[in-house]
Design a protein around this ligand. Structure first.
Ligand code: ADP
Ligand code: MG
Length: 234
């Protein structure tokens, strides 16, 4: 069952058409990846999906969180850069995320869950890039979303930190039953994280989705993804 459907007939900045004829959906529990080169319109599309940009022709429908069981917003966003408030501690950055009540116990659980135990009172300037992105992930999860949108969340950290953060996100969303749509220009990352991969590329002078790949979830994810990449995609 799909919980997020995005249809963009056209999105332009001024007279430049950036996206056209795009249709994608996110199923319940699905890990979807939007893969494409820099400048192809991935961030633009993700902002549209999040409802942050409404100036396009088409429509976005969200089915998640509309069952009345929860008052939390169904969608949370993780940006490429952590965007922490520099004057707030780690705990405050997480717990003031959605303007609702600060729940200290929930914040502390999340701090542990993202591997930042002992850093509740640390200020952002004392954090490494990878640690700051862990805070951003915790801040997104604090709002208890059904859907997580991530825009190149690991591209500013080193390869080893990236692998740790990829596995952390996979674990956290699986535990919570969160569906995600992640944007990346990294093919290995797309294959590792995605059950479904939407490829974007330039065509006809515009940008459109030109391939989607459905992959079954194997036990050894990274190995299976790379094997399938070699045999099926390339
Ligand atoms: P990606 O995230 O895939 O690198 P973007 O969605 O950021 O690509 O950008 C797609 C295209 O739209 C680029 O050519 C970029 O220059 C242009 N663009 C993005 N945002 C704006 C904006 N606010 N105003 C004008 N052009 C923009
Ligand atoms: Mg981008």
């Amino acid at each position: 069952m799909s919980i997020l459907d995005i249809e963009v007939r056209e999105k332009a900045f001024g007279s430049t058409i950036v996206l056209h004829d795009i249709k994608l959906s996110l199923d319940n529990g699905e890990a979807a990846v939007l893969l494409g080169p820099s400048g192809c319109g991935k961030s633009t599309l993700l902002r549209i999906a999040a409802g942050l940009d409404k100036r396009f022709s088409g429509k976005v429908s969200v089915q998640a969180g509309l069952d009345g069981a929860s008052s939390s917003p169904p969608i949370a966003f993780v940006f490429q850069e952590p965007r922490l408030m520099p004057w707030l501690t780690v705990a405050q950055n997480i717990g003031y995320a959605d303007g609702r009540r600060f729940d200290g116990a929930r914040v502390n659980r999340l701090i542990d869950d993202v591997g930042l135990s002992g850093h509740a009172d640390t200020l952002p300037k004392a954090l490494s890039g990878g640690m700051a992105q862990r805070v951003a992930i915790a801040r997104a999860l604090y709002t208890e979303p059904r859907i997580l949108l991530l825009d190149e969340p690991f591209s500013a950290v080193d390869a080893f930190t990236r692998m740790k953060l990829q596995d952390l996100v996979l674990k956290l969303v699986e535990q919570r039953g969160i569906s995600f749509l992640l944007v990346t220009h990294d093919i290995d990352e797309a294959l590792y994280l995605g059950d479904r991969i939407y490829m974007m590329g330039a065509r006809d002078g515009g940008i459109q989705q030109d391939l989607s790949v459905d992959l079954a979830r194997p036990r050894d994810r990274r190995a299976a993804r790379l094997a399938e990449l070699k045999s099926d995609v390339l």
